[in-house]
Structure formats: structure tokens, C-alpha cells
Design a protein around this ligand. Sequence first.
Ligand code: EPU
Length: 443
Amino acid sequence: MNQSPDQSLLAASPWWRPNPGTSLVIQGGARLAGIYPISGAKNAVLPLMVSALLTPHFVTLHNVPASLDVAVLSNLLQRLGVGLNWSTNGSGLSLTLCADQVRPARIDWDLVTRMRASVLLLGALLARCGEACLPMPGGDAIGLRGIDFHVAGLRAMGAAVELTGGLIQAKAPRGLHGAVVTLPQPSVGATENLLLAAVLASGRTVIHNAAREPEIADLVRCLTAMGARIEGLESGVLAIEGGGPLTGAVHTVMPDRVELGTIACAAAVTDGEVLLEHGRADLLGAAGPVLAAAGVMLEEGETGLIARRSLTGLAGIDVQTRPFPGFATDLQSPVMAMLTTARGASAITETIFEQRFRHVDELRKMGANITVHGRTAWVRGVKCLEGARVTATDVRAAAALVLAGLGARGETVLDGLDHLDRGYDRMADKLVACGAAISRSAV
Ligand code: EPU
């Protein structure tokens, strides 16, 4: 996952320019002040783009983040026959997708293994074309990340699914039908995959123990605008009256709650004050109170949330990651980076993914005092981190290390930038506009 994608793989996204250089150089200590526009959410836009496969009509998405994952998925969709039309205006990228002809071709290994969200093509292609064949999805190496819930749900809906030689081959020649599915865990991806399949399947599907993340609600809103009938939003039980057909829709992608929480931490770490434009407290779930307990103040402003450090400073906390509305696993590493210099000790327990502490070794290189016992990382606050050369191992680890570098004394060089570019729309540029001293380097 660390190699830069070949430019030809990104041809479907004319706006995508590989960022110059391979490393980010951060001079720590600058106080952040200004307006930081929160982009459209990475984890919302990907299923929304896939939803366009369900209809021959135009689906237009506004507030699309200019990230590498969006560029890669655009290419995947184009190879399936989906027409893409990009435009820009003052508020960012818009994308119109038209899947009037879908070719359920076997999808390139190189693209699919770059991102986890490619697995969502399974439900959508099965529902629209009655067949799908794709390599096992890639994505961040943060745990086992099986697809058994996805497969079991689709089988219950009448699909024949085989997993052989690293390929997922699925067929439903007589179409999918509704089913009652209970997810063993409220999986975000499985809920999205089954939703995408269920809106075109014949009859009623009920998903018990469905994920309640705001990105699911965003997908449901878009599918509803396309004419789908879905009940139970945010209740944990989704009931879908399938059968389509679906129309087109125009939808604005929700703001990125992970970027929101991360930059709030960055404001606190640098003792700055940042207006997180488009930010909303309701998107954060339990992360709002968790940040407040750690000393990150969030105040409602006219166009977003204003983030600053509390007068009493940052303090250690005990926190566990949980499915929404619990504290998001995607904020675990940025919050840990912040707590490395908080007063006292913190206990951070990761319950969603088995291997999501790979940033710990990198933070230690910067002088953090962290020990890991099982699924809990014990963080004892130190006075200040020291700049160092560190490597991002996944999207959120990359953001955590940027945050650590902003607060550290001296220079931090961050390698593995593809991870940052996969998940964030110009994060470094937006931080520079708020006073951060960050540049790209080829060294
Ligand atoms: N799981 C299974 N089998 C399945 C599906 C999930 O065992 O078939 C397990 C996973 O291994 C994990 C847990 O269930 O332990 C939850 O996984 P989930 O399916 O909810 O995660 P996901 O859909 O793979 C999405 C986000 C992640 C985010 C998680 C949890 C996207 C593209 N990815 O992953 O985002 O951490 O939900 O909120 O939406 C990120 O953005 O950096 C990222 C990793």
C-alpha cells in the first residue's frame, strides 16, 4: 500500500495531481490560527460513488474530497463503464456519474487492492448486473478485516459466492431477493454492501445490528433521494423495501468527522484557535465529550466549530473505541498523538481493529512514553515531543504523525505520504493556511 499509483490508473480523475515529493517536513511549534475548511468525508463519498451503479440515471455528488481513494475508485468505476464528469466551483469538486451501461468486467487487481471500499462493488454489481468478480479488497493493514459478514448477507439474499485464488466470484442469475440478516458486529462496510444490494433486490430486507455511523445515514439519504424505501435510520435495524427502479439524485457529501476531530486536536496541541468550517458537533458522537475531557474545547460558530485548548490544558483520559455513537476508531491515533503531551496518564483501548497501534513505535521515536498491553495503550504524558523521521503506516496514523509533528520541538520528516493523500483533501495545504510550517520534500 505504500507505492505511488501509476498515473495511468488515475486517468479518470483529471484533477488528481501527484503531490510533489515523498515526505512532509514539519517544523513544530507554530500556533494554528485561522479557518480550516473540513472537506467531504472520505468514508461517505466512496459508497455514494458506488451507489451510482444502481441506476442508469445521473447521480451528482457535491463536496467530493480530492483524495487519492476517490481518484482510484473513479478509475474502477470508469473501467466498469460508468461515465464521469467532474466540475469545480467555489466549494470544491462535484462529480456526476452515469451508469447507463455497466460492464461487469473483472476488476483490476492493482486498483482493488488499494482500497477496502472496493468491496462495495460486490453488492451493487450483483444487484444491477446479477454477477460480480473482483479480487479480495485491500486497504489499511490494521487488522484481519474479513468479508464474511458481507458474503453471508449476500448469500442470504440468493447470491452464490465463491472465494478462490484471491478472487470473489458472485452470481445471482435470477436476481437477488430480500432477506433477514443479522450482522455479528455492526460492520460499516457490510451494512453499506447489503443496503446497496437490497434496494434493487425483490422484496423486503431487514438488517439487524446495522452500523449507525453518520456515513451510513448519508448513504441512506442519497439512496432515498434516488427513490429507495429505507426505514430505521440510526436505529440499528434497517428495513429496505427493494425492487427499484431507482432514479438519479443530487447529493452533497457530509463533512468529514474524522478530519474534524483530528484538526480540533491539532488546534489544542499547538495552543491555537481554529474555525473548523462546516464542522458539526453531532457528527462526533462520543468523541465530543472525550475531546472535552482531554481539554479540547469546541464551541459552535456561525459556519462551523471553533476549536481551542482549555485554559487548564490537556489532561490524560481513559477511552475505548466503539461503533458509532461511541468513540471512533479512526480518531484513536490522532487522539493518542495529542495525549502524548497531556498532563498525567491515559489508557486508550482499541476494540474494533486488532492491529491499530502501529503508530505507537513512530510516536516513541519522537519521545512519547507509550506502552502497549494487549488492546490497551498506556500513554504517560511527556513535556514535549522531539522532531524525528517517522513513517505513516495507514491513513489515520499519517494524520496522527502530522499532529505530533506540529506540536513537537524541531523538525519532523514524515514518510509514507500516500496514506495521507488517500484519506485527506489537501490537509497539509489547509494547515499551512492556518500558520503551520509544512513543506513537501523529495529527500
Ligand atoms: N469484520 C469482520 N467481517 C466482516 C466485516 C467486518 O470480521 O465481514 C470486522 C472487522 O475486521 C473489524 C470490525 O468487523 O474488526 C468492524 O469493521 P467494519 O466492517 O465496520 O469496518 P470497514 O467497513 O472495513 C469502515 C471504514 C474504516 C473505519 C471502520 C469502523 C471505510 C472505507 N472504512 O471500515 O475507516 O475504521 O469502518 O468505523 O468506510 C479509515 O478511514 O481509516 C478506516 C479504516
